[in-house]
Design a protein around this ligand. Structure first.
Ligand code: ADP
Length: 445
């Protein structure tokens, strides 16, 4: 009985695990983004460019033809359905393809075309006649490496002489192997082993080094050191490229150690705004009352699709169950699911197969489901110290100015504590959050 109680307590604790734990899981978030993204993120912002040599002219291209790519590669690009370079590619591609090669640090949010850009650069710099590794690309995880590998394979579809190999744990090669593939993609630990200990790769022959997802990479201390050690084995003439979705101080410091004399390209993400959102709050006393309020709201207004956010997996699971019992088609997204499973849930929701998505924090970012007209904070977003998480609040309900359809956000308040959080969020954004009486809902229609 004792063990049973223990197991139960453990499951309980696990179910109650806040999504704080998942926030650390940047690699999973990034993978999720890749899995659900099928096209470019639109942006109206301009790229900021900092050139190593400010006196040299800055080229940017509006078409792939201008890049004078090998015909096989241009074919590959078009086969992927790309008509013209994305905003970041307009500037990044000419720099990366310049002779002599230029180093680059580029930052832009996920989905803006970074991967496609460096894959094209790697494929362009390879000499297929030479049967040894010439491009080295490191990614933070096996799964992310695999995703990049897929892009290399797609883009290189018409260029079969170029071969690719994965330097990942589990890919065990015989001692004394000398790789013949021109492109190696892998995780830092294995790449380092293959260069140093096992000598499958001669690092002195590498012409292009890519470090992808630098912000995810530095979350693991070991990866940082390994990446720097790999970089030190490369020749001075090797082109160094580094990419990151975000650019805080720590990423920047790391980037400067990896990329000497860099050109720098930054593309700001589209600002989110609460201007086109009507915000309300509802006062309740328990989660059951919150659920009842939710039912009243559903009874009163037509909701095309809604996302409901909960603090814990346990609440999310419970709420999804209650809503199903009420006859709603509910999708549930939570942290213990595999990334692929989460991607599948989001796809289904995006396709309108389910009308309600109940979720914990994990998917607050990065997913953008245009038809969602209502966002419900079943629990208000708080950080691990119990302070309002304004940033998450904005991400959940904010819209980018350009695509801003009108939206509705409803916040559930169930204690003095959450009322205080709500007031602080209201003050922070300086936008009124109106009180809503769920027994009399005429006003929100
Ligand atoms: P990032 O690496 O910044 O996350 P990706 O290179 O993965 O961005 O591109 C995001 C999505 O946009 C992918 O589905 C990719 O195939 C597509 N894409 C990339 N470049 C272009 C382009 N020039 N035109 C159209 N689609 C593109």
């Amino acid at each position: 009985a004792k063990t049973e109680a223990k197991t139960e307590a453990k499951t309980e604790a696990n179910a109650d695990k806040t999504e704080e734990d998942d926030k650390d899981d940047k690699a999973a978030q990034s993978l999720l983004n890749k899995l659900i993204r099928s096209n470019l993120v639109n942006t109206t912002n301009q790229v900021e460019v900092l050139q190593r040599d400010p006196s040299s002219p800055l080229y940017s291209v509006k078409s792939f033809e201008e890049l004078r790519l090998k015909p096989q590669l241009l074919q590959g690009v078009y086969a992927m359905g790309f008509n013209r370079p994305s905003k970041i590619q307009e500037t990044a591609l000419p720099m990366m393809l310049a002779e002599p090669p230029q180093n680059l640090i580029a930052q832009s949010q996920s989905g803006t075309g970074k991967t496609a850009a460096f894959v094209l650069a790697m494929l362009s710099h390879v000499d297929p006649e030479n049967k040894w590794p010439q491009c080295l690309c490191v990614s933070p995880t096996y799964e992310l490496a695999l995703q990049t590998g897929k892009v290399i394979e797609q883009m290189g579809k018409h260029y079969p002489e170029v071969q690719l190999v994965y330097a990942i744990r589990g890919n065990k090669l015989e001692r004394g192997t000398k790789l013949q593939e021109q492109i190696v993609i892998g995780t830092p630990g294995t790449v380092l082993d293959w260069c140093q200990k096992l000598k499958f790769i001669d690092p002195k022959k590498i012409k292009v080094f890519v470090l992808d997802e630098a912000d995810v990479m530095i979350a693991t201390q070991g990866h940082q050191d390994q990446s720097i050690r790999i970089q030190r084995m490369l020749p001075k003439t090797c082109q160094m490229l580094l990419f990151s979705a975000t650019f805080e101080e720590t990423v920047w410091n790391f980037a400067k150690r990896i990329v000497p004399d860099p050109n720098i390209i930054k593309l700001k993400r589209e600002e989110e705004t609460l201007d086109t959102i009507k915000q309300y709050y509802v006062i309740c006393n328990s989660k059951e009352e919150k659920f009842q309020a939710l039912c009243n709201i559903y009874g009163a207004i037509t909701i095309a699709q809604a996302m409901i956010f909960c603090h814990t997996r346990k609440t999310a699971g419970w709420l999804a169950g209650e809503l199903s019992r009420e006859g709603h088609q509910v999708a549930l997204l939570s942290g213990e699911m595999q990334v692929e499973q989460r991607a599948a849930v989001i796809e289904r929701f995006r396709d309108g197969k389910e009308k309600v998505l109940v979720t914990t924090n994990v998917c607050a970012r990065g997913i953008d489901v245009e038809q969602v007209s209502v966002v419900i904070n079943f629990d208000l977003p708080v950080d691990k110290d119990g302070n309002p998480d304004n940033e998450t609040y904005l991400h959940r309900i904010g819209r980018t100015g350009r695509f801003g359809k009108r939206g509705l956000a409803i916040n559930m308040v169930d204690s003095k504590f959450s009322m205080n959080i709500l007031n602080r969020i209201q003050d922070h954004f300086n936008k009124k959050i109106e009180k809503l009486d769920t027994d009399d809902l005429d006003e929100i229609e």
